[in-house]
Design a protein around this ligand. Structure first.
Ligand SMILES: Cc1cc2nc3c(=O)[nH]c(=O)nc-3n(C[C@H](O)[C@H](O)[C@H](O)COP(=O)(O)O)c2cc1C
Length: 160
């Protein structure tokens, strides 16, 4: 299975740590949007998209990258994020990003998120929150998530 992971990790490298574990598990390169070869990406069986959460959304560089992808035949993706807080029911961050991927004809097989060090302005005076995260347990959860993806994709009926 050919896979690729596109990751924006600008704050503390939190999401990159998660992406690297997923990349090792899937034997997939981890690239930034600027490094991604779109032709190679479109030829993959599975593409992962991940970033930190900023103002309750995936990073704009990742969203803009997806928005610029050509529409085409059905593709399979997964999305992942790191954030200071779990998503709020009144302002989810996963669903709008999944919808963006769906508009580009990606079927989103699964999503993953975990807590991570957050030094957003209000938390700066105390040195941030969620120090030490993602930790070993978060990275193990990311590895387990990635290891389960091929089976999920194999068992899912393809949209035509
Ligand atoms: C300017 C700024 C805005 C943020 N906004 C949110 C937010 O809305 N919700 C949240 O849970 N975390 C928020 N965070 C925390 C980041 O999502 C978290 O630190 C993430 O792990 C950063 O990922 P990265 O190190 O891969 O860039 C924010 C952090 C910064 C610096």
């Amino acid at each position: 299975m050919k896979a690729m992971i596109v990751c924006v990790s600008v704050s503390h490298g939190n999401t990159r740590k998660v992406a690297d574990v997923m990349g090792q598990t899937l034997q997939a390169p981890v690239v930034t949007p600027e490094e991604a070869d779109v032709a190679q990406l479109l030829a993959c069986d599975l593409v992962g998209f991940g970033s930190g959460i900023f103002s309750m959304s995936f990073h704009p560089r990742l969203r803009q990258f997806v928005e610029a992808l050509p529409e085409g035949e059905s593709r399979t993706a997964f999305a992942f994020a790191t954030s200071g807080f779990p998503e709020a029911p009144f302002r989810p961050f996963t669903r709008p990003f999944v919808q963006l991927l769906e508009r580009k004809n990606f079927e989103v097989a699964a999503t993953f998120s975990c807590r991570a060090r957050d030094t957003w302005l209000p938390f700066k005076p105390v040195g941030g929150i969620r120090k030490g995260r993602p930790d070993a347990a978060d990275l193990e959860a990311a590895r387990t998530f990635a290891a389960g993806l091929p089976a999920r994709i194999g068992s899912r009926p393809r949209r035509t």
